[in-house]
Design a protein around this ligand. Structure first.
Ligand SMILES: [Zn+2]
Length: 378
């Protein structure tokens, strides 16, 4: 990324600032990914010179963001410090607003999960209070929260927290954009030149990332046609990916394909959980729903692959968390059946736990630290 940025932005003062910001982001992400690394390793992984990496590390140490821990001897040369995130610095909160519930995950600054709290969707009227309670449950003083990230579908924007209540900056993002950011910070495919993150939750979305930066969040992908003249979608079109791959769409498939079975529950969440349980028990009605859903997913992914030809497609979101181990192979099969001449890897995300809350916490972190490492503020 740094090289592309340099070409595009060279020659202007704001261009120079953008390059510095891109380099700082690249180095910071590598510190997160590595856990602890020398300046030389960080430079190599982030694609910057050792001098640049050293300058950025010095800046981050002055800002209290990272610290130097152990030293290792370099074959008789002078010892080298290892750089690690200063997890004691404070906490980040990642909130995922779903249709039926709100998931509040408290992370330390190293993005390691500390506590998880699930509250009813009605709590969004007083989200600041719910977040404060979750932070207290983690044993953290609210004054030490350095950022709150809230991932909410577009239709649920605008209800949110008064930042003054938490005295911490609040960052709002689409779930698909948040999950994509988690892939860049914590996923093993983050160095892929072209990576597509596909998120299945209450809705369905995809984000294309080129050279380590999000290129476009395609809420649009969720509304591409996977079934000609298919079921109506809330967007007004027919046969959209979201109408088959979002949790409400899966509930509808259950009603169509497994009518009379025990699989259909009152809510999409409960139905997805029931499908998970039934698949573990080898239930044939559940297998039929998964097979159909996997094919729809494969059709949607094949379309992305045909246009972008990414190195990897990584699937995340709570629906993938519950059903990915069956959906992903079915989707892969469908892509193969369509014979796209591509070596794309199609995998369930390896971001630990919830990619959406981790990603939106990383977004809050990025907004605070990458744009402005200002020691005086904290
Ligand atoms: Zn649609």
């Amino acid at each position: 990324m740094p090289h592309q940025v340099r070409r595009r932005a060279a020659g202007t003062a704001s261009g120079m600032r953008n390059i510095r910001k891109a380099h700082r982001l690249a180095v910071l992400r590598e510190i997160y990914a590595a856990g602890a690394a020398t300046r030389r390793d960080l430079a190599a992984r982030a694609g910057v010179s050792v001098a640049t990496a050293s300058n950025i590390v010095a800046e981050l140490i002055r800002g209290g963001v990272v610290r130097e821990t152990s030293y290792e001897d370099s074959d008789g040369g002078r010892p080298r410090g290892r750089i690690t995130v200063d997890a004691r610095r404070g906490a980040l909160v990642g909130v995922e607003v779903r249709a039926a519930s709100i998931h509040i995950d408290v992370y330390d600054v190293a993005l390691e999960p500390r506590t998880q709290r699930i509250v009813p969707a009605t709590s969004r009227r007083d989200l600041a209070h719910a977040v404060s309670a979750a932070v207290a449950q983690a044993g953290i003083d609210t004054g030490r929260v350095i950022g709150v990230g809230i991932a909410a579908p577009a239709g649920l924007h605008g209800v949110w927290v008064d930042p003054a209540v938490l005295r911490a900056p609040v960052h709002v993002a689409e779930p698909a954009a948040a999950a994509a950011l988690a892939e860049l910070w914590l996923g093993p495919s983050r160095h892929a030149t072209n990576l597509v993150s596909v998120t299945l939750a209450d809705g369905a979305g995809a984000t294309v990332m080129v050279g380590g930066a999000p290129l476009a969040t395609t809420g649009g992908w969720g509304h591409t046609t996977v079934v000609l003249d298919g079921r109506p979608c809330w967007c007004g079109r027919h046969g959209c990916a979201e109408a088959y791959l979002g949790a409400p769409g899966i509930l509808r498939s259950v009603r169509e394909l497994a009518a009379g079975s025990r699989l259909a529950r009152d809510t999409p969440d409960a139905t997805v959980r029931e499908l998970h349980r039934a698949m573990r028990d080898g239930d044939p009605a559940a297998a039929a729903v998964i097979e159909a859903t996997g094919r729809y997913l494969g059709i949607g992914v094949a379309r992305l692959v045909s246009v972008i030809d990414p190195d990897a497609v990584t699937l995340n979101g709570w629906v993938v968390g519950a059903l990915g181990r069956w959906l992903v192979p079915a989707a892969r099969e469908e892509v193969t059946r369509r014979r796209w001449p591509s070596n794309v890897r199609i995998e369930a995300s390896l971001v630990p736990r919830n990619a959406v809350t981790a990603g939106v916490a990383a977004a809050a972190l990025q907004a605070g630290w990458v744009v402005d490492v200002a020691p005086s503020r904290r």
